[in-house]
Design a protein around this ligand. Structure first.
Ligand code: FMN
Length: 200
């Protein structure tokens, strides 16, 4: 059974809009002492979107660029390396988050097409009954997207759309993305002390 709260997280990023949400999730897990290991995977399209949205360049030193410092906790894996640790159910990953999750990656996961590491690691989570959280982003949704969302949810994934809250009155995009990361972490069992709490 996976550890709860999770100590070993897989965080993947794909080519949908919303790189700032990824950045704030990585910053939060880097700070969180309950999390001991993070395997981080970026698709080629994610690199393209990150370059566009955060003006960061290239695959090398991506974690350092996103965090603003090096990390010993967050290890980058190649999406081409189907032999990486998280490709096997015998590796003790506790939960996986894909943020943002493109409709292409959703489609491959929902249909069991595990040709690259991100989809294989997600496939492993589903077969091992481990938490898999898909922070999908697209608008509008076509019927293929909607069917794939249903198929992924039906197979055990949590569909956690990249939809931020506004009742906490975020003053900046960073506030908005940070709060989303906190909600996501609370969902996987890692509530954050700094998170906004609605008091009614
Ligand atoms: C700037 C930019 C923004 C994009 N935004 C989205 C998006 O929000 N949702 C989506 O599903 N695809 C989006 N795409 C298209 C995906 O990147 C594309 O379908 C890609 O093949 C997904 O590959 P991946 O799933 O392997 O990362 C965007 C592409 C670019 C260049």
């Amino acid at each position: 059974m996976p550890n709860f709260p999770p100590q070993n997280l897989t965080i993947a990023t794909t080519g949908a809009s919303g790189s700032l949400f990824l950045k704030h999730l990585l910053l939060a897990v880097e700070r969180d002492r309950r999390v001991q290991t993070v395997n981080f995977i970026a698709s080629d399209s994610a690199l393209r979107v990150i370059a566009e949205e955060l003006a960061l360049r290239g695959r090398n030193n991506l974690v350092r660029q996103l965090l603003g410092k090096a990390s010993r906790k967050i290890q980058q894996q190649s999406n081409d390396d189907i032999g990486a640790n998280v490709a096997s159910g015998s590796y003790p990953a506790d939960a996986m988050v894909i943020i943002p999750c493109s409709m292409g990656t959703l489609a491959r996961i929902a249909n069991g097409i595990a040709s690259q590491l991100i989809e294989r690691a997600a496939d492993v989570c589903l077969k091992e009954k481990r938490p898999l959280v898909l922070c999908v982003r697209e608008t509008p949704l076509n019927k293929i997207h909607i069917r794939n969302l249903y198929r992924a949810a039906d197979a055990g994934a949590t569909v956690f759309p990249l939809i931020p809250t506004f009742y906490n009155r975020p003053a900046t995009f960073d506030d908005l993305a940070r709060e989303f990361a906190f909600r996501l972490l609370a969902h996987v069992g890692l509530p954050q002390a700094q998170a906004y709490r609605w008091k009614g």
